[in-house]
Design a protein around this ligand. Structure first.
Ligand code: NAP
Length: 279
């Protein structure tokens, strides 16, 4: 039987870890397929999507900077991806390209590894694409009170209004975030602050935190951001972005094949690619 082809489109794409984890999962599950990274610039996106369809590519991931721009180019977009306003996974179902977003679901699955969510008070830092997916998915879990802080404060308030979640979410300033840090059970860092090479940067200083608080940063390069390091020193349980990356990939894989791959194996591959050790 002809090998199926999958891939990821984005720019830059050279250092993408997706080919490593998906090709390993195909091999592990004896699935006759290959996953390839395609460098696509914004002015090539429309042709690239048509090309994927014409070539019969079975599915692909979408990364920076195309997650929003691809929406009008697809045949169908599922409800969550449409509301989030971003697609990171496309399935080619008999010539019909369908868009999904697995970032939010992947993140919440990762967070559940380190904490239960019911009745928790959560602070989300950021209001960009990843924050939108995480906020939307977390809010749907119910019984979670969410505060949202973003450098551009109006974006946080608009996000809450757009999702009509005013009853359980509130936009706050950085001063409020710092002063109220002791109230939060879970702090979710979704901005690019602290990402390589600016590894000494942090969204704000941590003075005191709630006992047993969970600090989760979706950045995975470096493995431990300044925020996580500071939070750990104050006694927090910390989580980096590797688990989210593995779960969003696993849910994409499930959309394509109907099977969930081994997420621990995916996490180890990412850690090894980042120069860590596999265990
Ligand atoms: P995005 O849409 O461009 O949003 C960027 C966010 O970061 C915005 O809230 C922005 O605030 C904030 N920001 C940027 N520079 C800042 C600064 N100097 N000070 C304060 N805030 C700043 O990006 P994204 O797609 O959401 O991605 C954000 C991060 O998540 C990236 O590091 C990405 O690698 C990571 N990510 C990880 C995973 C994973 O699987 N682990 C998945 C997706 C994304 P303004 O609104 O004020 O500009």
């Amino acid at each position: 039987m002809l090998k199926k082809l999958y891939g990821v489109i984005g720019s830059p794409i050279t250092h993408s870890m997706s080919p490593h984890i998906h090709n390993d999962a195909f091999k592990q599950m004896d699935y006759n397929a290959h996953y390839h990274a395609f460098h696509i610039e914004p002015d090539e996106l429309e042709d690239a999507v048509k090309g994927m369809k014409a070539l019969g590519v079975s599915g692909f991931n979408v990364t920076i900077p195309h997650k929003e721009a691809i929406i009008p180019l697809l045949d169908e977009v599922d409800e969550a991806a449409r509301r989030i306003g971003a697609v990171n996974t496309v399935v080619n179902r008999d010539g019909v390209l369908i868009g999904y977003n697995t970032d939010g679901k992947g993140y919440v699955e990762a967070l559940k590894e380190v904490t239960m969510l019911k009745n928790k008070r959560v602070l989300i830092i950021g209001a960009g694409g990843a924050a939108r997916a995480i906020f939307y998915t977390l809010a749907k879990e119910g019984n979670i009170q969410i505060d949202l802080y973003n450098r551009t404060a109006c974006k946080a308030v608009e996000l809450i209004q757009e999702f009509s979640l005013n009853h359980l979410a509130k936009g706050i300033s950085s001063k409020e975030a710092v002063n109220r840090m002791k109230d939060y059970d879970v702090v979710v860092q979704t901005t690019s602050v602290g990402m390589f090479p600016y590894t000494e940067e942090s969204p704000f200083p941590l003075i005191n935190i709630k006992e047993g608080a969970v600090f989760s940063d979706i950045i995975y390069n470096p493995i431990e951001t300044r925020l996580l390091r500071d939070a750990k020193a104050l006694g927090a349980v910390t989580q980096n972005g590797v688990s989210m990356f593995a779960y969003q990939a696993a849910f994409a894989f499930e959309h394509w094949t109907g099977q969930l791959p081994d997420t621990d194996r995916m996490k180890n591959i990412v850690k090894v690619q980042l120069g860590g050790i596999s265990c």
